[in-house]
Design a protein around this ligand. Structure first.
Ligand SMILES: C[S@@+](CC[C@H](N)C(=O)[O-])C[C@H]1O[C@@H](n2cnc3c(N)ncnc32)[C@H](O)[C@@H]1O
Length: 391
């Protein structure tokens, strides 16, 4: 097996459970390894550190799989890890038949994402390592997670950096075009083939419930970056009116059908378009809302994008607050690892100060339990949300 010697000052982070070794942290490579092969990471004197997926073409050159030198990386290994991921989630997610079953590095399965939607799995292989073991992983999934079929959505940008082509299609079994899931009493249609990412944003489940708890008949929600309307539908089920805004027309069509199957079409409206422009339009129309949620896509994929993203958060918040009634509730979310809670706080403070509105922080939330956050892997915390009351 190829062995990769780690620069001395980088050894400790790996021994402390941080799973990534960057290309410039390698002192020496002994042997040759193809993208996705298993290598041994060792210290300068040869002491074993871990077994890892290797990709010489990626800036993350190695991703740790196991600290046990004797571990065989095969189908049985993946079955063990999947069983552990399943055990971790017992009792963690309730009143739904949809959840994230595998969350990559946080489940010690670097680059593997698996979501369950009712009877169907949607799977992403995000790096050369899991790609190499695709067959073994598919077999292990079949054995560990009962499902009528699995659909592959390996069309993430992450694969590009790994030198991998996108791949989308049936992994095994049967997968319908549309699956119905439920979150509490809300029914939601999910399209694994044409939806964004794996088909549905499971990670906002707790926030949808949080906001719903603050609404009732008479509330009016503005659901900005709505996708298929998760927040809007929960609001409507509480008796509130909701207006959803998104630039994805297919998602808004699904939102309308979602409203239909929930019997709340009269309460849910949709506007297609760019969020900033629609917020301006709504201001011109003098519309107001009691609750606003802003859940944009990843606005900062790299550290360098943070200043731009913060500027956009400030502008969007400023527009949103102008539409918010006194004592209204505002939820501001980021799914970008590079944007922290303090960045959200700063953006909200600047916007609120400009409008001379006093803001109380109701709570700060993080991603739900089926998207684990491991303390030693800062990158595993990505979703942060501020819930604010704006006087
Ligand atoms: C993180 S998802 C929202 C998930 C949603 N809140 C939910 O609970 O399912 C971000 C959404 O923003 C939309 N989007 C991206 N850029 C946009 C823009 N400039 N204007 C409006 N919508 C946009 C995407 O189509 C996507 O549906």
């Amino acid at each position: 097996m190829t062995s990769v010697t780690v620069k001395p000052d980088r050894v400790k982070k790996l021994l402390n459970q941080y799973p990534w070794l960057y290309a410039d942290e390698i002192a020496e490579i002994r042997g040759e390894a193809q993208p996705g092969e298993i290598v041994e990471l060792v210290q300068a004197r040869g002491d074993f550190i871990a077994l890892a997926f290797f990709n010489p073409g990626s800036h993350i050159a190695a991703r740790i799989l196991s600290y046990d030198r004797a571990e065989k990386i095969n189908r049985a290994f993946f079955e063990k890890r999947l069983t552990r991921a399943m055990a971790r989630r017992i009792g963690a997610v309730i009143n739904t038949n949809a959840m994230r079953l595998v969350h990559g590095e946080a489940d010690q399965l670097p680059g593997l994402i698996v979501d369950r939607f009712a009877d169907v799995l949607v799977v992403q292989f995000r790096n050369a390592g899991v790609e190499q073991f695709r067959k073994e992983i598919a077999q292990a999934l079949k054995k560990c997670f009962s499902a009528s079929g699995a659909y592959e959505r390996s069309d993430t940008q992450a694969r590009e950096e790994e030198g991998l082509e996108p791949r989308v299609g049936l992994l095994y079994g049967e997968v319908p075009e549309e699956i119905e899931i439920y979150e509490d009493d809300v029914r939601l249609l999910v399209s694994p083939q044409v939806g964004q990412k794996t088909g549905f944003y499971l990670d906002q489940r707790d926030n949808r419930r949080l906001l719903r708890g603050m609404m009732g008949p008479g509330s009016r929600l503005l659901d900005v970056f709505s996708y298929t309307g998760g927040f809007s539908l929960h609001a409507a089920k509480a008796g509130a009116h909701a207006l959803a805004v998104d630039k994805d027309q297919i998602a808004l069509q699904q939102l309308e059908r979602n409203a239909g199957i929930n019997g709340v079409s009269a309460l849910v409206g949709a506007r297609w378009g760019d969020a900033e422009k629609v917020l301006d339009q709504l201001a011109r129309e003098k519309r107001t809302f009691t609750h606003i949620v802003l859940d944009p896509p990843t606005l900062a994929k790299h550290k360098n994008d943070v200043p731009f993203a913060k500027g956009l958060f400030t502008r969007l918040t400023s527009s949103a607050l102008q539409l918010l009634e006194p004592n209204g509730v505002y939820l501001l979310s980021t799914c970008a690892y590079h944007i922290g809670v303090n960045d959200l706080i700063e953006a909200a403070r600047i916007a609120a100060n400009d409008l001379a509105r006093r803001v109380e922080v109701l709570t700060v939330t993080y991603q739900p339990a089926d998207h684990p956050w491991v303390l030693q892997i800062p990158e595993s915390l990505y979703l942060k949300t501020l819930a604010l009351r704006v006087e």
